[in-house]
Ligand binder design. Sequence first.
Ligand code: FAD
Length: 402
Amino acid sequence: MTEISLSALPERVDVLVIGAGAAGLMCAAAAGQRGRSVLVLDHANKVGKKILMSGGGRCNFTNLYTSPENFYSDNPHFCKSALARYSQWDFIALVEKHGIAYHEKTLGQLFCDNKSRDIVDLLLAECRTAKAQIRTRCAISAVRAAEAGYRVETTMGTVVCESLVVATGGLSIPTMGATGFGYDIARQFGLDIVPTRAALVPFTQHKRQLDRQSSLPGTSLAVTASCAEGSFHEQMLFTHRGLSGPAILQISSHWREGQAVTFDLAPDRNLADWLPQRRQQSPESHLHSVLAEVWSKKLVQFFLLRAEITSRPLKQVTEAELQQIGDKLQRWKLVPAGSEGYRTAEVTLGGVNTAQVSSRTMECKTQAGLYFVGEVLDVTGWLGGFNFQWAWASAHAAGEVV
Ligand SMILES: Cc1cc2nc3c(=O)[nH]c(=O)nc-3n(C[C@H](O)[C@H](O)[C@H](O)COP(=O)(O)OP(=O)(O)OC[C@H]3O[C@@H](n4cnc5c(N)ncnc54)[C@H](O)[C@@H]3O)c2cc1C
């Protein structure tokens, strides 16, 4: 399907959408299907780049259990209306209408069976039906309020529109076309930006720590990672630069520089109960060989060393010591050196302050005809398909009224 049309830009459209990502394309399709003339502009060389790279190439396009509790925002109520009016079931119905095969991987996360490209093709097909025009490689130089709308100056010419939809996403992965342009437009029209930070991002560790765990990169284990208000029971992965995996990405949204993250390294059992039982059953067994029933030998060696626990036959370990050992391994504290930042983060926390935006329509309360949809807003989902669901829902809410 052709994404780029080389014909000149129309001088005037009803709706101009900046950003041909998940939210921009969804909004364009919804508005076009209502009979509005729609133009989508993107400075990147192709549409939907983040969709293409998402979900390891299979796009985790929504989550069966999406609810407002899966989102962070200064105003946790803001996302409710849009999520209720365009739910995961609506997007699943669209996926099925296009005959896209999908499956649940885990925890309600729905992925394409084949490729993320299927979702981009779905959006382009919907835009085509809606007669929405799309131009890529189009840089925007200025946005000005004009009589009854906006005048947008671009490298391809000037367009006047009634409604302007900003769908420029967050700051993560600048090499994929991410910019802070949406925040600049918001500021230009007097909106505040909730401070932004990289989220759903791996942790880095200091060289000293990396040297100690040099045998572990590639090893993963189930943990419960907790920090501040957040707690996630998922897999953690040791990498050459630090820690990653779903548990780390999730907890990174709660973590702030300098804070410790607490890990329960054996979240599926209570070691303080289990170790005394194992001692009763096999008193001659060494602590390390009993713990090898929980983790790989490499991990046992590493955890015992880091927690300064000496392995010996269980019969030589007192009840109180077993309690302490259990406590150390189920309350393992670690202060990450930092995060990988926007270079690899999946999303951006913060963004356009929702206090100044209608939760029903996504229109700016103080600037008629100006809309913000998707990740550019201060609404950020957990890992697991929630961020796309927010893009679909917020974009649909605006698409129904622009
Ligand atoms: C590696 C990775 C994997 C991910 N996997 C998942 C997943 O599986 N499930 C999930 O729910 N979420 C996932 N996400 C998050 C998800 O991709 C985003 O939350 C979602 O794409 C946001 O949609 P959006 O339309 O608001 O922004 P985007 O999809 O980022 O689209 C913004 C568009 O605006 C354009 N743009 C930016 N600045 C300008 C400008 N100045 N002028 C013109 N155009 C501009 C960009 O080129 C881009 O096309 C992932 C993110 C990454 C980085």
